[in-house]
Design a protein around this ligand. Structure first.
Ligand code: AMP
Ligand code: GLY
Length: 420
């Protein structure tokens, strides 16, 4: 099989790493990829949000299967264009990708499906939104309706903060994403991410994870795209998993099918769990980053078979082979992230590190210059290890971190603390 993966981050590096181990994979291209991905696959410059360009590229390169990494191409209908052209593609249609691209859409689906989630209201008018916040009180959660690269959520602890957030969003700080605003009840509890594959009908769980969104140790400081993750998530017991499947995921998938927009791909189910009861925080229509890195490290080559089964409507016959193991990933970011940071600083020590089924440094944002790796983004590396226990996986990951010489980078020192 000739396989094309769309994307350029640590998520896509880990997808490529798993896919490449499967003997079914003949040729592997990642577009646009990065310097780490270039070690294991061909990288190609391509505007991945342009469906026509992706179809042409896939035709020219005799691609049999396309895996879409990030949400933007999905929200732009790239999977639809590929399917229309008869190319097998893992990832939902534009209509189904609204589960991530519009928070008010997801809330309406939850209502129709009876899926437990935070109480909410949505607004297109600033004064009405402020009046609602005043009536509800704080803490309260304010969200830009559309895609805002993970930055469109404000948890307001005071009415002043809530009003400021509303002024900001309606004032255009998130562009079109903030023209509509969802205001939600603040949910207490422990968060976990649950990943399932869906082929439009059948739902197949493929793993759980927890990530660390805040930049600082002890979960302090501003939100980021994720500073580390581990799998499995201890809070996702069998009972919580069953409740999430039966009360949230399956009813959502059934409602999507009923509307004529069945969901195919991976669904990232963000949950808040309190007293053993899960409620939905959000859906994403793609793997998380760095959650994907820990899932791929645990799944390995079978990830390709599972994604193919989802694409071909065969999930009812698919099985996941789980080892009773743990994986943990530590993100190394450029100093300053998630605020301003510089690119181009040199990273040393990567070449001496082990690369096997239990150790991988996935590249999130690197480039190659004069034979050296340089930082080319905010999140730059995802140092990932697998072991029989979470503590062992953590120790191995931090041993690798210690061997990386990158004075302009930093990482959290406490990934996994909640579970350890
Ligand atoms: P999202 O972009 O929807 O994932 O939101 C980012 C983060 O904000 C989530 O991971 C939660 O930690 C938090 N969050 C979002 N909605 C709520 C809510 N209704 N109650 C409590 N925390 C929330
Ligand atoms: N790590 C969270 C995300 O990928 O959205």
């Amino acid at each position: 099989m000739n396989i094309l993966i769309l994307g350029s981050g640590g998520r896509e590096h880990s997808l490529a790493w798993a896919v490449k181990q499967n003997p079914k994979c003949d040729r592997l291209i990642v577009a646009p990829g990065n310097a780490g991905i270039a070690e294991i696959a061909e990288c190609a410059g391509l505007d991945i949000e342009n469906g026509g360009a992706v179809v042409t590229f896939a035709d020219e390169n005799a691609i049999d299967f396309v895996i879409v990494g990030p949400e933007a191409p999905l929200a732009a209908g790239v999977a639809d264009r590929l399917r229309d052209a008869g190319i097998l593609v893992f990832g939902p249609s534009e209509a189904a990708a609204k589960l991530e691209a519009s928070k008010s859409f997801t809330k309406a689906i939850c209502d129709a499906a009876g899926a437990p989630t935070a109480a909410y209201a949505h607004f297109r008018d600033l004064d009405a939104a402020k009046a609602y916040v005043d009536a509800q009180g704080v803490p309260i959660v304010i969200k830009a309706d559309g895609l805002a690269a993970g930055k469109g959520v404000i948890i307001a602890e005071t009415l002043n903060d809530a009003h400021a957030a509303l002024n900001d969003m309606f004032g255009g700080s998130f562009g079109a994403a903030g023209a509509e605003v969802v205001i939600e009840e603040f949910m207490e509890g422990e968060e976990a991410s649950f990943f399932v594959l869906c082929d439009g009908e059948t739902v197949l769980p493929i793993g759980t994870a927890q990530d660390h969104k805040r930049v600082g140790d002890g979960d302090t400081g501003p939100n980021t795209g994720g500073m580390g993750a581990y799998s499995p998530a201890p809070v996702m017991t069998d009972a919580v998993t069953d409740a999430a499947l039966n009360e949230i995921v399956r009813p959502t998938m059934a409602e999507m099918a009923r509307r004529g927009t069945p969901y195919q791909g991976v669904l990232f189910v963000g949950l808040m769990i309190q007293n053993g009861a899960p409620r939905l925080v959000e859906y994403n229509v793609r793997f998380g980053d760095p959650e994907c890195q820990v899932l791929m490290m645990r799944l390995g080559a079978q990830a390709l078979d599972l994604m193919q089964a989802a694409t071909e409507g065969r999930l009812d016959q698919a099985r996941v082979n789980w080892a009773d193991d743990h994986a943990l990933s530590v993100v190394m970011a450029a100093q300053g992230y998630p605020g301003g940071y510089t690119k181009g600083t040199v990273i040393e020590g990567l070449d001496g590190l082990p690369e096997d089924s239990h150790h991988m440094v996935f590249h999130a944002g690197t480039a190659r210059r004069d034979g050296q790796y340089t930082a080319n983004g905010g999140r730059v590396l995802a140092v990932t290890a697998r072991a029989g226990s979470l503590a062992e996986a953590r120790d191995k990951a931090y041993q690798m971190v210690d061997q990386i010489n990158w004075p302009d980078g930093f990482c959290r020192k406490d990934i996994g603390w909640r579970a350890l």
